[in-house]
Design a protein around this ligand. Structure first.
Ligand SMILES: Cc1cc2nc3c(=O)[nH]c(=O)nc-3n(C[C@H](O)[C@H](O)[C@H](O)COP(=O)(O)OP(=O)(O)OC[C@H]3O[C@@H](n4cnc5c(N)ncnc54)[C@H](O)[C@@H]3O)c2cc1C
Length: 457
């Protein structure tokens, strides 16, 4: 079958590319190929009773399928150029923000109306952070919440499904350049197209690497972020989360001058497992629906590491550390902050007696046996710094889950149109290494759709 445009991957990047193509060039024939299932069929087998931990499904329903890695996420759309990717370096600051605002409007009109937009503008918390050697980054945050995010995705799918051809559970195995465009190969058939948008996200990183090698597309290594997820009573952070919801706070350590930052804050949320290519790490969710909320808030504390010469494999480094934690704990480890600073492991008894009740069943252990000293020292320093703006953060009962790893795709060389060295081949979203957030990935999709629509006029 021949299409005008083939989109590989139905995460936020692929969805917004599809959506925008239908708005700007409705006559184009479009197909979307997705390795995972359609939204309603995405189901992680972990039920907390019969299946308590990850059983390593062939295609992970948390990471793959319509909605991509973001489908069961907290749905925090950060409208900012300060973090979440470097899209602005390619398309300009103003265009990037304008597209993120456009994505926000589409989300609102598809079920997200009534959700709250938080902003750091004019907040007194900035001053409080500065007084304690912490820096609060600027952003507006639309918090859809896991439940509304799912509804928005469902509504978008309903709108798109009859206008484009969706192929679910159909991973693209191979991509070939032809005289007229591109040919993609799935397990049982092949299809051709004039333009191709690759938006395969983090889960498609290995495949993306293969495509870049085969088509001679230059790449560079990217960073990896390593750290822990902190869980504490929601009241301790409520002055931050009530006003800002998600506060991105950065701290420069005194010992090594490393930067440690908060990431993915989930007020009254839950801590969850995440499976990336068979490695179990930790993440967090929260809900708009008060009935699903908990008494705890969780967030990650992360340190970035970037290797270039002679060792280049930043992700491999992160994977090895995550594997080590999986080896010791069979999955994610949990430790009381009080146990960590006393140099002892947490035990089932100590966790059972802890004032903060964990929202994820993880193996009590010793995170200091997993994380490199330099990273752990930085995290401990930051916990004490946060204790000054949110007293209680450094309490013995604060829980630390490890490890949290944020993998980044290698940086694929694309130009200011997000087009690779092959005309008509666009590489967007987290798979390109350009973005690493819902809003930036979605904006990159809308951007390339407009580029393709302009050319087809
Ligand atoms: C638990 C969790 C919570 C998160 N919370 C937030 C948040 O609150 N805010 C935020 O900004 N970001 C969050 N993120 C990150 C965010 O989800 C990603 O940045 C975003 O989804 C990237 O979009 P994408 O379209 O580039 O890739 P993805 O969402 O990863 O989608 C890529 C899709 O491509 C498919 N695919 C891969 N390879 C192939 C192939 N060969 N053929 C066909 N299909 C393929 C995959 O199955 C996947 O569905 C979270 C991530 C996780 C895992």
């Amino acid at each position: 079958m021949h299409y005008d445009v083939i989109i590989i991957g139905a995460g936020p990047g692929g969805i917004f590319a599809t959506y925008e193509l239908l708005q700007k060039a409705p006559s184009l024939k479009i197909a979307v190929f997705e390795a995972g299932r359609e939204l309603a069929k995405r189901q992680c087998p972990i039920d907390g009773e019969k299946i308590k931990s990850c059983i390593h499904c062939q295609t992970c329903s948390i990471m793959s399928g319509f909605g991509g890695a973001g489908a069961f996420s907290d749905g925090k759309y950060n409208i900012t150029n300060d973090f979440g990717g470097t899209l602005y370096e390619y398309i300009g600051q103003r265009e990037a923000i304008s597209l993120m605002e456009y994505v926000d409007r589409i989300n609102l009109s598809h079920g997200g109306e009534g959700t709250k937009l938080y902003s750091t503008a004019g907040s007194d918390l900035k001053k409080l952070c500065m007084q304690h050697k912490l820096k609060l980054l600027d952003a507006s945050v639309r918090h859809l919440g896991t439940d509304i995010n799912y509804i928005v995705l469902g509504n978008l799918y309903e709108e798109l499904k009859d206008k484009v051809s969706f192929f679910f559970e159909t991973p693209v195995l191979h991509l070939k350049k032809t005289d007229e465009g591109f040919q993609i190969f799935a397990a049982s058939d092949s299809h051709t197209c004039r333009s191709c948008i690759i938006s395969v996200g983090r889960s498609g990183s290995k495949w993306m690497e293969q495509v870049c090698t085969e088509l001679d597309i230059p790449t560079e290594s990217n960073r990896v972020d390593l750290g822990v997820r902190v869980e504490l009573p929601a009241e301790l952070f409520s002055h931050l989360t009530d006003e800002l919801y998600e506060s991105k706070i950065v701290y420069r350590t005194e010992k090594f001058e490393d930067l440690v930052r908060t990431f993915c804050m989930n007020p009254r949320g839950i801590v969850v497992n995440e499976n990336t290519n068979g490695i179990v790490t930790v993440n967090g969710h929260s809900f708009e629906d008060p009935a699903k909320q908990t008494d705890n808030t969780n967030f990650a504390l992360l340190v970035s590491k970037h290797f270039s010469e002679p060792f280049k494999d930043s992700n491999g480094y992160g994977e090895s550390i995550a594997r080590l934690s999986n080896m010791l704990g069979g999955g994610v480890l949990v430790q009381r902050f009080g146990d960590l600073v006393r140099g002892r492991r947490s035990t089932n008894k100590r966790i059972a007696e802890n004032f903060v009740i964990p929202t994820l069943q993880a193996e009590p252990g010793d995170i200091s046996l997993v994380l490199p000293k330099r990273i752990l020292d930085g995290i401990i320093e930051m916990i004490y710094a946060l204790d000054k703006i949110a007293p209680g953060t450094a309490n013995d009962d604060t829980l630390l889950y490890g490890v949290e790893v944020k993998f980044y795709n290698m940086q694929v060389k694309v130009d200011e149109h997000l087009e690779s060295c092959h005309k008509g081949l666009y590489i967007i979203g987290d798979g390109s290494g350009v973005t690493h957030s819902l809003s930036h990935a979605s904006a990159s999709g809308a951007f390339v759709a407009r580029e393709i629509a302009k050319q087809s006029e």
